[in-house]
Design a protein around this ligand. Sequence first.
Ligand SMILES: [Mg+2]
Length: 102
Amino acid sequence: MRVGTISALRLSIKGGNKVNIYKRAVDRFGEESRLNLMMEEAAELIQACSKEQRGLDSNINEEIADVEIMLEQLKYCKCYDRQEIDAQHNIKVKLLEGLICR
Ligand SMILES: [Mg+2]
């Protein structure tokens, strides 16, 4: 994808539209498909992290974006509990804060 195209996409996709796209992707492709793709993207990110750590060329920025997009889609799968995810998120960020403040 060319840089100009990426800049155009940054301008054209706002927060509300992204949520709509994530929800539509879950409806269109199904929750099982989203979970399978999440695993693939997580594996690609692991590989990119490994390359980064070894000082090799990596596409870590792209893979981080891919995983973020899949995580966003999982939020709209009915089989997961959004409130429980938020609660776990808050607990873990609080734990992280505790580690930082030691
Ligand atoms: Mg990827």
